[in-house]
Write a protein that binds this ligand. Structure first.
Ligand code: ADP
Length: 397
């Protein structure tokens, strides 16, 4: 059985086609710069890696090109689209309503349209992706997997902000949390590697990529997470500020004479590692600049690590203990020095790092010393695979 997973963003569209008999990826790729000039498709079918440059004015053109490429004689991996059983969509925001994976119908699309305000950059392209697949693959089940769903177990005391309560009632302003599919996968794999039931563990899951978040998973449930009403809250990210004093917002609006949309841009696109380092949003570039002595790049790395360290302490506190700390995503999976610098500050929790075991990139591994009371792990995340599995599970129900 084959399942197509689609992650439709505002100017990009990522996809993976799985053979669910062995969970192999048959093809994967990414459309970039949809609706902008110089758009292209990066396509990989396990034999060739190609870049198809083509004008892609909108998402429907992208999905049409995707179908053509999957079926093409030279690079294709399918004889007919009938081989695909269903399409699993990554949906960024389920609001308060959607606590699990859903079979998408008209009612769900209407509900999604009502939640656009909660993630105006993400929900419209998600809806567009669904509608296009419904149109071009009309007899296929469309399944929605929400990034927020895993966090629906967070208690009220953690998700309500100390703002006038009426704003929660009127506008649903609260913590939602994101990267849920990833944190759920990481928690399950952590339990598997430790050979213990996830229901008996207190896990701190650190998803450290360009977007970064950290989640306290107690007995298999998310009870606290660092991203909030939007993915801006929490850790220092590639271009997002993470936590800061909200009084800075009116101060900056006045001092810099900024429009609200300009400040929004500063906080989401010009802050974080990019803003502090002045070099790049990409961690590897910053590490290179830091190694060459660039002070702001060194500072950006320190801020990044320190914020993660602070959250791990806080999440050990909210769970009244911790059994495992797991690192994932681009930086967490690959940066030996980030893990070392963070974990070496956590001796008080009972974590002892094994420096040899920590010399690992992109591989599942326990990296703490054998006698470490609290375990540290690296687990590469795989959100697309989780979406494919959830899609299959709902079809089999
Ligand atoms: P996202 O999915 O949020 O776009 P990723 O999980 O792909 O992000 O992570 C991207 C980040 O991972 C980038 O900052 C990149 O520099 C960093 N990264 C990738 N490989 C390495 C590495 N070997 N060492 C340090 N950082 C790395």
């Amino acid at each position: 059985m084959k399942i197509l997973v689609i992650n439709s963003g505002s100017s990009s569209l990522k996809f993976q086609l799985f053979n669910m008999e062995n969970e192999n990826v048959l093809a994967q790729g990414l459309f970039q710069r949809i609706g902008i000039n110089n758009s292209y498709l990066e396509f990989n079918n396990n034999q060739d890696e190609l870049i198809i440059e083509k004008e892609i004015p909108d998402h429907i053109t992208a999905v049409k090109l995707l179908i053509d490429t999957l079926l093409s004689k030279d690079q294709g991996v399918l004889k007919s689209m009938e081989e695909i059983e269903a399409v699993g969509h990554r949906l960024v925001h389920g609001g308060e309503k959607y606590k699990q994976t859903v079979i998408i119908n008209e009612e769900i699309i209407k509900q999604l349209e009502k939640t656009v305000e909660l993630a105006p950059l993400h929900i419209p392209p998600n809806i567009a992706g669904i509608k296009i697949c419904q149109k071009l693959l009309p007899n296929k089940a469309q399944i929605g997997v929400f990034d927020t769903a895993f966090h629906h177990t967070i208690p009220e005391k953690a998700y309500v902000y100390a703002l006038p309560y009426k704003y929660y009632q009127k506008h649903k302003i609260r913590k939602y949390g994101f990267h849920g599919t990833s944190h759920k996968y990481i928690a399950k794999r952590t339990a598997k590697l430790l050979d213990k039931p996830v229901e008996e563990l207190k896990i701190i899951s650190c998803h450290l990529g360009n977007g970064a978040s950290i989640t306290a998973v107690k007995n298999g449930k998310s009870i606290e997470t660092s991203m909030g009403f939007t993915p801006l809250e929490g850790l220092v990210m590639g271009t997002r500020s993470g936590d800061f004093d909200p009084a800075i917002i009116p101060f900056l609006l006045k001092k810099e004479n900024l429009k609200i949309s300009e400040l929004d841009d500063v906080l989401n696109k010009k802050s974080g590692l990019l803003g502090v380092s002045g070099v790049s949003s990409d961690f590897r570039d910053i590490e290179n600049a830091a190694a060459k002595g660039k002070k702001q790049a060194q500072l950006a790395i320190k801020l990044f690590n320190y914020r993660v360290q602070k959250y791990i302490g806080a999440y050990a506190a909210v769970m009244n203990g911790v059994d495992a700390v797991t690192f994932s995503a681009g930086i967490g999976e690959n940066s030996i020095s980030v893990r070392k610098n963070i974990l070496n500050e956590l001796g008080y929790l009972g974590i002892t790092l094994d420096n040899e075991k920590n010399k690992v990139r992109g591989q599942e591994k326990i990296i703490s010393a054998d006698n470490s009371k609290v375990k540290a792990l690296v687990i590469p995340t795989n959100e697309e695979l989780v979406i494919a599995r959830e899609t299959l599970e709902i079809l089999n129900r």
